[in-house]
Write a protein of this length. Structure first.
Length: 764
């Protein structure tokens, strides 16, 4: 037997084998294989169990004789005897769960939908990028593992990762333009290649040469899952060409080419997910087909993959909710719980009055505008990760709310205003899982503030990924398909949140402050005499709030000025989640305005950004008002090229998400016209996909002349200067200016700014 040490770089399964790629400290990559037989547990009447076992034997899917074992039920907290089945053909496992369930009727099945590679890593106590030593024997050109030892710990907060070689692939034009008329850009650390796509055989040969020369560990693409790899793999299959995209040349991996993605509805939004094309022995990360990479980059994916035991490429395409579920699964398995296949905790029956009392959500105080929409000397105090901390502090988890084991105990903690019981005999799976995530994020946030720490951008990526997981954690408690979810636990969190926000408000008022605004987990306060605020005094308030609520409250900042832009629907009312202001440090913070929105053109956002940077020079409203002509000049600087038609069309593209497939649209809204235009070009856009279009003539009677899609323009090879609807974009620019300046302006008629008259309003 030989040994090899290295980081667990890649892991996947094929039939009965698990394949592992290890990368040594010197950079050598080596492939190993291991056997793994997943185990499932079934609780059912005797007659159903007999049918199930008989069917498993017919499929030759059992590795050993079924036996009964004692396990703990997650919700009921009692021990039951369940049938243990060791599956000899792991590839059958995904089919077994649903087919047998519908074939034989209702019964309880456990552990059946745990990812096979994750189940293997749980059993071996390893995880992605763990540092391992494997003992192995070489048979039939395969390195077969006999033993694995892990030298690192999954709970480590500071860890090393190897340096990886990266190659980037993206298309020069829109990904929807057929590859025969496009150009593939390939970038490495040292070279950049432009490969025409009109000759598919030559394209694959050139890519093979690049992969052999640079031997990348990571292939970073834009639309690689949706467009590039389906095309490349299909072409290679059709022409019987070998490719160098995978490092693994030994396993029996077979790809079925799929171009159709999936569209699904989540929280009222249609989301599109492209098919998945992982590579074997390399990482393929599609920057356009994964939430975590967009928000937290590569280190964010690595951080979540490590603690959830999801392989890197799966994590790159998964939601933070899926990662959280697997962390909870890991906790549940260590507590000897049976992990259910489906969510089994149904909402308890409630009267209409109970529903009214329970289903309130977060507490919001409308902004106080009796002294105007823009205020000076306002402080913002934020609860640190309020909802996750509520779950940890008060032991809130699906199995701990209204548990059966404490129903006769009258001294246990109860949820404020709802009266739900909270178990005191066991720690909740969700609260235990979140405790470690909170610990990790707190550690990284401290490191970011430490002046001696280098590579802070990597630490920022790690804490950002955890932030989004913590944001997800609350929603998953009430999510209908969550494995560890229960609506009463979701309601309990918001009930505690409302109580703690009210406590914070009262404490601030007792210290001589007025509440200006509050939303869910933060409060905006101002001294009663509106004088400047001392940070030391705020820290005392935060400490008092922490002692009373048991949750840390931090000073987010002190605003020298803070604006609550009025609603476009009602000019006398502000919007709860829209505000902007300048901290006394000179930094800006804004929510809900144009620069924070994805559907505004680049040009308009750049204009608002420059105006805001100008505003942040000034500490007072009076200073800004006294130099109002300067911000009007900035507006004019951006308006003039717009009015002359000199702005590049790409800077004016509007981004929208489609809400349905092309045939589903009945009203000729901009998105509908754009989607149908693409359909005429032979491009079918699925619900949830992003489209970009230019407003050419919004008032045209002909639909096709109102909007032009990015693909239509690029296909026609338009020049840099393209005719667009000047009036529409000037109005858009004006609205972005108006929302940040209307509360400060010394004039009322903003429309004069884009009139054909040469006089500006401030001259009247």
């Amino acid at each position: 037997m030989e040994t090899f040490k290295g980081y667990l770089f890649d892991i996947y399964h094929s039939e009965q084998k698990i394949y592992l790629w290890l990368r040594s400290l010197e950079g050598e990559l080596r492939l190993f294989s291991d056997e793994f037989l997943p185990t499932i547990y079934i609780d059912a009447p005797q007659n159903i169990l007999q049918k199930l076992v008989k069917r498993f034997y017919e499929l030759d899917a059992l590795a050993e004789i079924p036996t009964f074992v004692e396990k703990q039920l997650f919700y009921e907290n009692r021990t039951v005897s369940v049938l243990k089945l060791v599956i000899s053909k792991p590839q059958l496992l995904p089919k077994i769960t649903q087919k047998l369930f519908y074939l034989y009727g209702k019964y309880d099945i456990y552990h059946s939908d745990i990812e096979i590679t994750t189940g293997y890593m749980v059993e071996k106590e390893i995880y992605p990028l763990a540092y391992l030593e494997v003992s192995y024997e070489t048979k039939n050109a395969l390195n077969q593992i006999k033993n694995i030892q892990c030298f690192t710990n999954i709970t480590d907060l500071d860890y090393e990762i190897p340096n990886f070689r990266t190659v980037s692939l993206y298309l020069e034009k829109s990904h929807r333009i057929p590859l025969g008329n496009n150009t593939l850009i390939v970038e490495t650390h040292s070279d950049k290649y432009k490969l025409p796509t009109n000759d598919s055989k030559n394209l694959i040969q050139k890519l093979n040469q690049i992969f052999i020369k640079h031997d990348p560990d990571i292939v970073l693409t834009a639309y690689g899952d949706q467009i590039l790899f389906p095309y490349l793999f299909k072409t290679s299959q059709d022409n019987q060409l070998t490719t160098e995209f995978d490092r693994d040349k030994t396993s029996t991996i077979r790809r079925s080419i799929q171009t159709q993605g999936t569209s699904f509805n989540t929280y009222g939004t249609i989301v599109f997910r492209a098919p998945s094309y992982p590579l074997f022995g390399r990482w393929h990360i599609d920057s356009k087909n994964g939430f975590v990479y967009k928000e937290a980059d590569l280190m964010g994916i690595i951080e979540l993959a490590r603690i959830s035991r999801l392989p890197i490429q799966k994590m790159a395409r998964a939601s933070t909710g899926k990662a959280l579920t697997y962390i909870e699964v890991d906790v549940a398995l260590r507590m000897n719980y049976l992990v259910p296949w489906q969510k089994s905790a149904l909402e308890a029956p409630k009267t209409a009055l109970d529903l009214l009392n329970a289903d309130k959500g977060g507490l919001v105080f409308q902004a106080d505008i009796q002294n105007g929409f823009v205020l000076e000397n306002v402080a913002q105090l934020d609860f640190s990760q309020m909802y996750p901390n509520v779950m940890v502090t008060h032991n809130i988890s699906p199995e701990t709310i209204n548990c059966l084991c404490c129903q006769d105990d009258f001294e246990i903690e109860r949820v404020p205003s709802l009266g739900y019981r909270i178990c005191k005999k066991r720690n909740g799976v969700v609260s235990l899982a979140l405790a470690h995530i909170i610990e990790r994020r707190t550690h990284y946030k401290k490191q970011i503030k430490d002046k001696n720490i280098i590579n802070k951008h990597y630490i920022e990526q790690k804490q950002s990924s955890l932030k989004w997981m913590l944001v997800t954690s609350f929603g998953y408690l009430g999510y209908r398909n969550a494995k560890f979810g229960k609506l009463e636990s979701h309601e309990a969190v918001t009930a505690f949140g409302r109580e703690k926000l009210l406590m914070a408000k009262e404490i601030a008022e007792n210290h001589g402050y007025n509440l200006v605004h509050a939303i869910t987990d933060c409060i905006f306060i101002q001294k009663k005499d509106k004088s400047p605020i001392n940070e030391k005094n705020l820290l005392e308030i935060c400490e008092t709030i922490k002692q009373k609520t048991k949750i840390t409250m931090d000073v987010e900042g002190i605003f020298s000025w803070l604006s609550f832009p009025p609603s476009t629907q009602d000019k006398k009312m502000p919007v709860a989640n829209r505000y902007m202001g300048r901290f006394i440090s000179g930094h800006f913070k804004g929510r809900g305005i144009a620069i924070r929105r994805k559907d505004y053109p680049r040009y308009i956002k750049a204009a608002q950004d420059e105006m805001i940077r100008w505003m942040c020079q000034f500490e007072t409203i009076a200073e800004m008002q006294s130099r109002e002509e300067e911000i009007l000049e900035i507006f004019k600087k951006f308006d003039t090229p717009l009015s002359k038609g000199e702005v590049h069309w790409k800077d004016l593209l509007i981004l929208r998400s489609t809400s349905q497939d092309p045939e589903g649209y009945s009203v000729d809204a901009p998105s509908a016209v754009a989607v149908k235009d693409l359909l005429e070009m032979g491009i079918h856009v699925q619900a949830g996909e992003k489209i970009r279009y230019l407003v050419v003539n919004k008032k045209s009677e002909r639909k096709g002349e109102r909007y032009k899609t990015e693909e239509r323009i690029e296909t026609k090879n338009q020049t840099n200067i393209l005719i667009y609807d000047k009036n529409h974009y000037r109005k858009l620019l004006l609205s972005s200016f108006k929302e940040i300046w209307i509360s400060i302006a010394t004039f009322n008629n903003f429309n004069e700014l884009i009139s054909d008259e040469p006089l500006l309003p401030f001259q009247f």
